[in-house]
Design a protein around this ligand. Structure first.
Ligand SMILES: Nc1ncnc2c1ncn2[C@@H]1O[C@H](COP(=O)(O)OP(=O)(O)OP(=O)(O)O)[C@@H](O)[C@H]1O
Ligand SMILES: O=P(O)(O)OC[C@H]1O[C@H](OP(=O)(O)OP(=O)(O)O)[C@H](O)[C@@H]1O
Ligand SMILES: [Mg+2]
Length: 282
C-alpha cells in the first residue's frame, strides 16, 4: 500500500484534497480525520501539518508527500521535489517600512522576523550578511509595528497583508514556491505505484490546462492550421465526406484557446469547437 502525506490545514490542504479527488482517490469526509485508507487504489493517506510533511517523508515511513517548495527547503529535510502541482503559488520576500532597507546588503546588524528561519538564515549566509533572525509562528507583518524586528521575510501572494501593515517588499525575491510532490532523496523512482500516482496527478494537471479543439479546414490550409494547433504529439487529421476538406483534432492550452480559434477562423477553418478534458494519461 502506498503511504502518502497530505496537508491537513492551511492554504495547501483544500486544493491538495481537490486534486487527489479529481485524480480518483478517496479523500477524508471531515477535517478531524488523521488518516484514511483507499482500498480500491491501495493507498493510505496521512493528514499532517504541512510543515512536518518533509520530515515524515525523509524518514522513509511515508513514500511521498504533498507540501510547499518553501516548506521543503525551510525544513532542510532529506527529501526532493518530484512534481510541481501549480497551486498555492507564492513568492518569498523581504519587506519593511519604506526607507528602512533597499537590498539584502542593508540588513547587517538588523533583526529579521520570519516563520521560515531555515530559508532566511541560508539566504543571509549565502549573501554574507550578518543579521539576526527571530522565529515567529505567523502574522509576522505585525512584528515591525511591535518592535520585535526591523524587517520581515514572508510568503507574498497578492501583497494585501503587506499593504495592510504599511510594508513594502525590497530586494530580489528569495524564492518562488508552489505545492509540490516530494519523496525521500534518492528513493526508488521507478516504483510502479509511485509512477501510477504521479501519472494520475499529471493527468489532472493536463486536464486543467488543456482543452480539446476540433475543426474542419480545406486541405490547402492544413499545414497552416496544424502550425496553430500542433497538439502534444501531433494532431489527428481525418478525411471529410466533402472532398478537399479534413477534420482536425488537437489538444491546445486552455488560456490560448480563444486566440487560436480566431486565427483558425481567419485562415478559413470552420465548425471550430473546444471541449473540456475530464481526465487524461499522457
Ligand atoms: N496566501 C498564500 N497564497 C499562496 N500560498 C500560500 C499563502 N500562504 C501560505 N501559502 C503557502 O502555503 C504553505 C504554508 O502552509 P501552512 O499551512 O504552513 O501556512 P498557511 O497556509 O499560511 O496556513 P496557516 O497560517 O493558517 O497555518 C507554503 O507553501 C506557503 O507558500
Ligand atoms: O500576499 P497575500 O495575498 O496577503 O498573502 C500572504 C499572506 O498569507 C499568509 O498568511 P496567513 O493568512 O496564512 O497568516 P499567517 O501569517 O498567520 O500564516 C502569509 O503568511 C502572508 O501573511
Ligand atoms: Mg500562514
Amino acid at each position: 500500500m502506498l503511504r502518502i502525506a497530505v496537508p491537513n490545514k492551511g492554504s495547501l490542504s483544500g486544493p491538495a484534497a481537490e486534486m487527489l479527488h479529481e485524480a480518483g482517490y478517496q479523500q477524508r469526509r471531515e477535517s478531524k480525520e488523521l488518516r484514511i485508507v483507499d482500498p480500491e487504489n491501495e493507498v493510505e493517506f496521512f493528514y499532517l501539518r504541512p510543515r512536518d510533511i518533509a520530515i515524515y517523508v525523509s524518514s522513509g515511513r511515508l513514500d511521498i508527500g504533498i507540501t510547499g517548495r518553501d516548506l521543503l527547503i525551510d525544513s532542510g529535510a532529506n527529501a526532493e521535489e518530484i512534481l510541481p502541482l501549480g497551486f498555492a503559488r507564492s513568492t518569498f520576500r523581504f519587506a519593511t517600512k519604506p526607507g528602512t532597507a533597499n537590498g539584502v546588503g542593508d540588513l547587517a546588524g538588523m533583526t529579521v522576523a520570519t516563520s521560515y528561519e531555515g530559508i532566511v538564515a541560508k539566504h543571509l549566509a549565502d549573501k554574507g550578511v550578518d543579521a539576526s533572525v527571530v522565529h515567529l509562528d505567523g502574522a509576522v507583518e505585525t512584528a515591525i509595528e511591535l518592535g520585535v524586528a526591523e524587517v520581515i521575510a514572508d510568503v507574498v501572494e497578492t501583497g494585501t497583508s503587506l499593504r495592510n501593515a504599511g510594508l513594502e517588499v525590497f530586494g530580489e525575491p528569495i524564492m518562488k514556491s508552489e505545492a509540490i510532490v516530494i519523496r525521500r532523496t534518492g528513493a526508488d523512482g521507478d516504483e510502479p505505484k509511485v509512477q501510477q500516482f504521479l501519472r494520475r496527478l499529471q493527468g489532472v494537471l493536463v486536464a486543467r490546462t488543456y482543452v480539446m479543439m476540433d475543426y474542419d479546414c480545406r486541405v490547402e490550409q492544413l499545414e497552416k492550421a496544424v502550425a496553430l494547433t500542433p497538439g502534444l504529439e501531433s494532431p489527428t487529421v481525418s478525411p471529410l465526406h466533402n472532398e478537399g476538406w479534413v477534420a482536425v483534432r488537437a489538444m491546445v492550452p486552455a488560456k490560448e484557446a480563444q486566440r487560436i480559434m480566431d486565427d483558425l477562423y481567419d485562415i478559413g477553418a470552420r465548425a471550430i469547437l473546444t471541449t473540456a478534458i475530464h481526465a487524461c494519461r499522457l
